[in-house]
Ligand binder design. Structure first.
Ligand SMILES: NC(=O)c1ccc[n+]([C@@H]2O[C@H](COP(=O)([O-])OP(=O)(O)OC[C@H]3O[C@@H](n4cnc5c(N)ncnc54)[C@H](OP(=O)(O)O)[C@@H]3O)[C@@H](O)[C@H]2O)c1
Length: 322
């Protein structure tokens, strides 16, 4: 089968399409015929050896995908061959990939493969930050950084559906329309403007109740200056580099809190995982959450897709189709 393989850490150019053995299904797992693989910013970090998990060279990126179940491993009773699913797994930039049965999500007929591949990481990350880590409710204001990106454009919609006022930040004015179209009340270009000053102005000096921050170095500490009393900042990534260590005394000023989020803590608790899936599918069925497929690339163009994501010009979800 064909797969994207890299045998050294480095830039997008280290990823090449190659012929590799098709994986064999293992107990507790399913073999997926991949129809669409989701690209995540995490994949670009993985390729550079900067992700939570280190690559075992030669390795294949890809943490999520969608397709049909090709084979079911021993002990898997709730899934069947031919079923249309999305899944969290590994080595998904390939024609076939393995996924643990507990991380397989059967797809409703109304959800296509591209949307399916866009679902597990970005939708569940956004949903659980807004409803598990925080209790987003009407009357709150939520600031979403990188609001036109994969997680960002989903978070804007889920926060809006929860009744919050939503402020998005983006690095380029060309992304304003997309973010507004998906429900943001205000959008700030955080490269040409001081986003904290703007957020304070937009909220009449009160500040925002929640900040979703996956940029890190350039945004986290500044974010604390536009939190409302008892406000909450969730740090869940570091696209702009790792933030400086935080002086916790800064949190005393307005009784604020900073927390971290990583989706792996959700996948480890099946009932929490299930709740996020059910509630997100419900929002999609109600038309309150639309998955934005920014661009689809053939599998062989994985390097080009990574370059696009790293350029900060991509919007929505990027997909690879084997
Ligand atoms: N903790 C978790 O479980 C979890 C799960 C999923 C994703 N994440 C994190 O969430 C973030 C978004 O992930 P995604 O896959 O949806 O990607 P994405 O948002 O579609 O793409 C990354 C975006 O980050 C922004 N960015 C800010 N500074 C950047 C820089 N120096 N270089 C490149 N991009 C920069 C860019 O938007 P602007 O320039 O408009 O800001 C860019 O479009 C990533 O940091 C990712 O690691 C975390």
């Amino acid at each position: 089968m064909k797969a994207i393989v890299f045998d050294k850490i480095g830039g997008p150019e280290v990823m090449k399409i190659a012929e590799v053995p098709k994986p064999e299904v293992k107990p507790g797992m399913v073999l997926l015929k991949v129809r669409a693989a989701g690209i995540n910013f995490a994949d670009t970090l993985f390729r550079q050896g900067q992700y939570l998990m280190q690559p075992k060279l030669p390795d294949t990126p890809g943490l999520e995908g969608s397709g049909e179940i090709e084979a079911v491993g021993a002990g898997v009773t709730n899934l069947k061959v031919g079923q249309r699913v999305a899944a969290l797994g590994s080595k998904m930039y390939a024609e076939y990939a393995l996924a643990p049965a507990a991380q397989v999500i059967p797809l409703p007929d109304s959800i296509g493969f591209a949307e399916g591949a866009a679902f597990p990481i970005q939708v569940l990350t956004a949903w659980h930050m807004l409803h598990t880590s925080h209790k987003t409710a009407p009357g709150q204001t939520v600031l979403v950084h990188s609001a036109a990106g994969g997680v960002g454009i989903v978070a804007v919609q889920i926060a809006k559906a929860a009744g919050a006022r939503v402020i998005g930040t983006v690095s380029n004015d060309s992304k304003f329309a997309l973010v507004k179209e998906h429900g943001a009340d205000d959008v700030i270009n955080y490269v040409t403007n001081d986003f904290a000053t703007e957020a304070n102005r937009l909220t009449g000096g009160r500040g925002v109740d929640l900040i979703l921050d996956a940029v890190g170095a350039t945004t986290m500490e500044k974010g604390l200056t536009c939190l409302a009393p008892f406000g909450h900042l969730i740090l869940y990534g570091r696209a702009g580099g790792p933030p400086e260590p935080l002086n916790l005394f800064k949190l005393f000023e307005k009784s604020t809190k900073v927390s971290g989020f990583v989706l792996y803590t959700v996948t480890a608790v099946p009932e929490v995982m299930r709740r996020g899936i059910e509630e997100s599918f419900k929002l999609m069925a109600e038309g309150k959450l639309k998955l934005v497929i920014g661009k689809s690339f053939p599998l062989a163009a994985a390097a080009e897709a990574h370059r696009f994501m790293e350029s900060r010009n991509s919007t929505g979800k990027l997909i690879l189709t084997p």
